[in-house]
Design a protein around this ligand. Structure first.
Ligand code: PEP
Length: 220
């Protein structure tokens, strides 16, 4: 089954209004394959979601970097999934390892319907697998400049697909996109993308790199 390629940009906790506008300008001018071929999704911090959505070209989508696990209410500082839906934000990154390592987030704190932990295999109740993209991100590769080899990525993605096949269904295994994240950049993405079970990327640092380059050149 052909799976649509997926490229997500995780901006993490970065940016000012001016910088966000600059990034969106660059993205709006980028030449990318049509939306029938690739999903391009950018994930700015919560405070910039509406701004990015209002300025971004219509063939690109926007994701939040986290959301609250229950309905809204007396949960100071949290943002619920309903609020994201209300804003027209169709995607959210859940259970990122930075939240687990730095903030002590656990499987229970991630959205209850999306709980799949490869080391300690738990597959939660997912309402509709068509809405799920799985990201394999070795913690040693995130933000370190150390990228998994294409063989390493392929082996893990194939194992994850088998996990879905054996525990969910062959159909879900065949259709679910499994993307790689961890120091992906323009130089290493081609070889990784050529691996049969790699359906795209979650890109952190490199999705903001051109911003740093612009800053440097404006200082020169
Ligand atoms: C990430 O934040 O999910 C990520 C993969 O970051 P980086 O590309 O910087 O390693």
């Amino acid at each position: 089954m052909a799976r649509k390629f997926f490229v997500g940009g995780n901006w993490k906790c970065n940016g000012t209004v001016e910088e966000v506008k600059k990034i969106v300008t660059v993205l709006n001018e980028a030449e990318v394959p049509p939306e029938e071929v690739v999903d391009v999704v950018v994930s700015p911090p919560f405070v910039f979601l509406s701004l990015v959505k209002s300025l971004l070209r219509s063939d690109f989508q926007v994701a939040a970097q986290n959301c609250w696990v229950r309905k809204g209410g007396a949960f100071t500082g949290e943002v619920s999934a309903e609020m994201l839906v209300n804003l027209g934000i169709p995607w959210v990154i859940l259970g990122h390892s930075e939240r687990r390592l730095l903030l002590g987030e656990t499987n229970e704190a991630s959205f209850p319907y999306v709980s799949l932990n490869f080391g300690n295999i738990t597959i939660g109740r997912i309402l509709d697998w068509n809405n799920v993209v799985l990201a394999y991100e070795p913690v040693w590769a995130i933000g370190t400049g150390k990228v998994a080899t294409p063989t390493q990525a392929r082996e893990v993605h194939t194992a994850l697909r088998k996990l879905l096949h054996d525990n969910v269904s062959p159909e879900v295994a065949a259709s679910t996109r499994i993307i790689y994240g961890g120091s992906v950049n323009g130089a290493n993405c081609k070889e990784l993308a050529a691996q049969p079970d790699v359906d795209g990327f979650l890109v952190g640092g490199a999705s903001l790199k051109f911003l740093q380059q612009m800053d440097q050149s404006s200082e020169e």
